[in-house]
Design a protein around this ligand. Sequence first.
Ligand SMILES: [Zn+2]
Length: 220
Amino acid sequence: MKRELEFLKTFCETFVQEGTEWICSPFTDTGFLCATDAHILVRLKPDESFDLYGIENKAGKVKDELFVQNCSHDISVSDIREAISKIPVKDEDEMIDCPECKGRGQVTWEYGRHRKSDDCPDCDGEGEVSTGKILKSVKQYLDCYIKIKDGYFNGKYVERLIDICEFEQVDSVHLLKSNEFKNSCFKVGRFDVILMPMVVNKNEFNTGFDKTVIEINLQP
Ligand SMILES: [Zn+2]
């Protein structure tokens, strides 16, 4: 269970602030080991022999209603992977100080006795130019929604379902609860997983919706 506990820690909130310190480390609630960052919650039943000493008990924090079943669908991890691969990416170029203005972003023009500072025309005043070399492609999670049945999610959290599948060495997740405005619930190996949806303004759909919706297939 040590391995499970370490894994649970990766789901905890990392930003410590007053009032939410309790989600910064795993805790127990009604016999489950739980971890959350308020967007995703994972829990599993620890082995009987596992020593829970030092793990805070937060009984009642994780409400039973989160897990009330309203559907039953399998989703293959390959379908989740495919959806994640469709998230738009933005290439980040390698940047160097602009040679023209030596990184200052400004150039000085001289004409006779007149001197005038202006934005550098080579870097548009940024002080940096691209070498043309792509350092990394960064997924633009907020440019799309991942739709699973009735819920719309940030792909960053849907990706964690893949992590749990790998940890549990299973190739599908089971969707047990789906709701557009409330949480969805998944069973992944030994883990119960709660995902909170993103609030989607449906008017956006009618008026030139600029975010992509990537829908994941459900198996009946
Ligand atoms: Zn410049």
